[in-house]
Design a protein around this ligand. Structure first.
Ligand code: GTP
Ligand code: MG
Length: 454
């Protein structure tokens, strides 16, 4: 997940309050100073930073933490609420019958996002979607969009040789009249110049687009503010899509504050399927290292047996955890994809802080997993159920059978012991336990940050 820097900065700042029960003026000052810096480094603008820090300070003075909650957790809860508030409520977008205009500067990801959104609303909402390529400046724009959607039933309208964007839009709207949702991709520029302004105004008035979304690359940082302001003035931005939140990108959250338009989607990769719906609460809890348990569940492979997953979770929670369980868990992880992706959904302090592993550490772990799997394939059912009882002789046999060294087999057993201990720790977190059960029952949950013991 991007913005790890902010997450680290926030933890560092709130660290001043760890285990404290009474507010100390000096500590509070230290905390706010450090937090201000962390927010600004993450591209929150001066106004947003001031607003968040002031609100936090005020609420820290006015609100008593709940019994048993230290000031660090208290501050984290407030910060969570304030950040969710700042980033806005979930966007109420009615895709059926809408015409959606995508605007933005050069290379921000408009064309890619056009394809992503088209596929998203076709798949998730069962809509007939058509896209119109109205960018007459970028050579090959129509080919690019067609290519992105070549495996999809989305209708792509374009006139690669036409130089007048308004003509294409007019013809396109007529040709796509039967579509439930029409998305229009427009041209980008280095700057918002006169020509683009006129073109955009014309397109906006022809389409009478109910939705005008600004596509903005997360890497532009604070510059997003002025960009967003000029597009807002021109087209009245009603939604924002932040792209490239998958790289080492930093936040373009200023755009939200300037336009007052909510973030609707985020792009998290170059593939057409690399799109997520933006949900402030999930985003912030991930950002704050509280993990995104709902995201984790969504990530589960489609062919994963639901009952199996439930059984696994219950076993994890109960503290009973055999090598077989660990094996299944690893299989699940392997199916889900890289450890890296999985970890980004976990609270930073869960599983002994695995979520905070460095990249090389994570890579090493992926390597271990592959080896463990090979070893386990040479084990009997009994051995996987009772790893604690495996003696030297069996270790020798397993090592030979799987073509590894004996010490590798021992390492696997040691890893299982560590995992089991962590699972026990998790099972001991009663509040989290209850939430997980509830979530398993109704497939949804409200995040309560305090349950992660921060
Ligand atoms: N990693 C990553 N790359 C992205 C994402 N969205 C777009 N890109 C890449 O960014 C580059 C530019 O994307 P385009 O969709 O062509 O951007 P555009 O705004 O249409 O650009 P112009 O038409 O030239 O103004 C491409 O290489 C895309 O693959 C994203 O969410 N993550
Ligand atoms: Mg483009």
């Amino acid at each position: 997940m991007a913005l790890e820097g902010l997450s680290r900065g926030i933890f560092r700042s709130l660290g001043f309050l760890k285990s404290k029960r009474r507010l100390d003026e000096d500590e509070l000052k230290e905390m706010t100073k450090s937090l201000r810096r962390a927010l600004q480094e993450a591209d929150f603008n001066v106004r947003q930073t001031k607003e968040i820090v002031d609100r936090l300070e005020e609420r820290m003075r006015e609100e008593e933490p709940r019994p048993g909650v230290d000031l660090q957790t208290h501050a984290m809860n407030i910060l969570y609420m304030e950040l969710v508030r700042l980033l806005g409520a979930d966007h109420e977008f009615q895709p059926r019958g809408a015409t959606l205009l995508l605007v933005g500067l050069y290379g921000q990801g408009k064309t890619t996002t056009t394809a992503k959104l088209a596929e998203w609303y076709r798949k998730k909402h069962g809509l007939r979607v058509a896209v119109i390529e109205a960018d007459v400046h970028r050579p090959g724009a129509y080919a690019q969009l067609s290519q992105l959607l070549e495996d999809s039933s989305v209708v792509v309208y374009g006139e690669p040789d036409e130089k007048d964007a308004t003509k294409i839009v007019r013809n396109g709207l007529a040709a796509c009249a039967s579509a439930d949702l029409v998305i229009v991709d427009t041209a980008g520029r280095h700057q918002l110049d006169e020509e683009l302004v006129v073109e955009l105004e014309n397109i906006a008035s022809i389409t009478r687009a109910t939705e005008r979304w600004l596509v903005i690359d997360a890497q532009v940082g604070q510059a997003a503010g002025p960009v967003a302001a000029s597009f807002h003035q021109l087209a009245g931005v009603t939604g924002i899509v932040v792209t490239k939140l998958d790289g080492t990108a930093r936040g373009a959250l200023s755009a939200v504050a300037v336009t007052g338009a909510p973030l609707v989607h985020i792009g998290v990769g170059e593939k057409v399927s690399d799109l997520e719906k933006f949900e402030a609460d999930r985003f912030i809890s991930r950002l704050l290292g509280m993990g995104d348990i709902r995201g984790l569940i969504d990530l589960a492979p489609e062919d994963m047996d639901e009952e199996e997953a439930m059984r696994l979770t219950q076993r994890m929670m109960s503290g009973r955890f055999t090598l077989n369980d660990m094996y299944k868990q690893m299989e699940m992880m392997a199916k889900v994809g890289t450890i890296d992706k999985l970890m980004s959904f976990l609270p930073g302090n869960m599983f002994g802080g695995l979520g905070g592993m460095s990249k090389p550490q994570k890579e090493a772990m992926q390597g271990n997993l592959d080896r463990y799997r090979t070893i386990m394939d040479s084990m009997t059912g009994w051995e996987k159920n009772e790893p604690a009882k495996i003696k030297a002789e069996r270790i020798q046999r397993i090592a030979r059978g799987s073509g590894v060294k004996e010490k590798d087999v021992r390492e696997l057993i040691a890893q299982w012991k560590r995992s089991r201990k962590m699972m026990k720790g998790m099972g001991g977190n009663r509040k989290l336990n209850k939430q997980m059960r509830q979530m398993m029952k109704d497939g949804d949950m409200d995040m309560d940050p305090s349950s992660f013991g921060m």
